[in-house]
Design a protein around this ligand. Structure first.
Ligand code: UFG
Length: 348
């Protein structure tokens, strides 16, 4: 029988791509999501998962549930025998977290602690957790390996990721049966090759590539480049962009490892290669055949100049490495964006 995996936040960008990979790898995901960032489809299901269902040709079990709803979580764990949890759910907008710290601490910290408690009381003691390269703060050296110091985060969102890493590690130390893998994501971009589902930020995108693709599709006139006086080859910020499908596959590798490992392990999910903002603009112009006009703007507070991963530990331990290059990331992003200019809400 297929292993049942609880996927929190499974209707979101990383979640939905991971749900597809889970099904293709023979797992049975049960998805929970509170819908705060997901578009509801005609039958009440999130549109992202409806499209994943179309692609895999299978029904996906989905429950609308917030992690702060303890009773709801309890009944879910009574109904299903999960072998592990992949925990994506949480708030993730850096700027918003500065304005609403209490909200971020409540949702991300209390929501996760409640999930861990309910897991514990039902004897489910394996978790893969969505962390972020943001825990490294301003890099003291590059590439960033997992031993780089963590915790000097400049915003509440980043701090929640750091705190949760500590909390999960402490729980693994306290109870020997617990097994956890913390995945530190670099910058996921792109979409599933079908062009049927992808990232659908609500309102003005905070992140570079959704913004760039929305300029290419004509929703915005130009991109603001946040700073061109960094100590980088062309003065603009450098990041480690990773194809979302590669990132999703990292979770399957982590799940497999989880069963065979002990305690808490930490892995970077990145490519090891950094590209500047302007290189990303050129790559998107090439993939889309559209012009992406841009204007230089002041630096964005809290941004670092350069950030890229040392992905060798994930390769050695998980047998996972990113396979798709920059051209493919942009081609797949463009397919999704051009087929769905308004995301999930009003396409076709
Ligand atoms: N950028 C622009 N213009 C924009 C948006 C971004 O020039 O409109 C630049 C940024 O200044 C930065 C680069 O593009 O140099 C990437 O910015 P993103 O916002 O796409 O990504 P960040 O690296 O800032 O942040 C991402 C995630 C965070 C996570 C962090 C971890 O959004 O959640 O990576 O390093 F914490």
């Amino acid at each position: 029988m297929a292993e049942k995996i609880l996927v929190t936040g499974g209707a979101g960008y990383i979640g939905s791509h991971s749900v597809l990979e889970l099904i293709e790898a023979g797992y049975e995901p049960v998805v929970i999501d509170n819908f705060h960032n997901a578009i509801r489809g005609s039958n009440g299901l999130p549109e992202s998962l409806i499209r994943v269902q179309e692609i895999v040709g299978k029904k996906i079990e989905f429950v609308e549930l917030d992690l702060l709803d303890r009773a709801g979580l309890n009944s879910l764990f009574l109904k299903h025998k999960f072998s592990a949890v992949i925990h994506f759910a949480g708030l993730k907008a850096v700027g918003e977290s500065v304005k609403k710290p209490l909200l971020y601490y409540k949702v991300n910290l209390i929501g996760t602690i409640q999930l861990l408690e309910v897991m514990n009381s039902h004897g489910v003691k394996k978790i893969v957790f969505s962390s972020s390269a943001t825990v490294y703060g301003d890099p003291k050296y590059l590439p960033l390996d997992e031993k780089h110091p963590v915790g000097e985060c400049t915003n509440p969102y980043g701090k929640t990721k750091y705190f949760l890493e500590q909390i999960i590690q402490d729980q693994c130390k306290a109870e020997g049966e617990w097994k956890a893998i913390l995945l530190r994501y670099f910058n996921p971009v792109g979409a599933h090759v079908s062009g049927r589902f992808g990232e659908d930020p609500q309102g003005i995108p905070n992140n570079l590539m959704p913004y760039v693709s929305q300029v290419a599709v004509g929703r915005f006139k130009h991109l603001n480049v946040f700073g061109n006086d960094y100590n980088t080859p062309d003065g603009t910020g450098v990041r480690d962009y990773i194809h979302i499908v590669d990132l999703a596959k990292g979770h399957i590798a982590a799940l497999k490892k989880l069963h065979a490992s002990n305690g808490c392990k930490i892995y970077n999910l990145g490519t090891g290669v950094g590209y500047s903002v302007l290189q990303m603009v050129v790559a998107m112009e090439k993939a889309s055949g559209k012009k992406v006009p841009y204007k230089m703007a002041p630096r964005r507070e809290g941004d670092v100049a350069t950030c890229y991963a040392d992905p060798t530990v994930a390769a050695a331990d998980l047998g996972w490495k990113a396979e798709y290059g920059l051209d493919r990331m942009c081609e797949d992003l463009w397919r999704w964006q051009s087929l769905n200019p308004r995301g999930f809400s009003k396409d076709s």
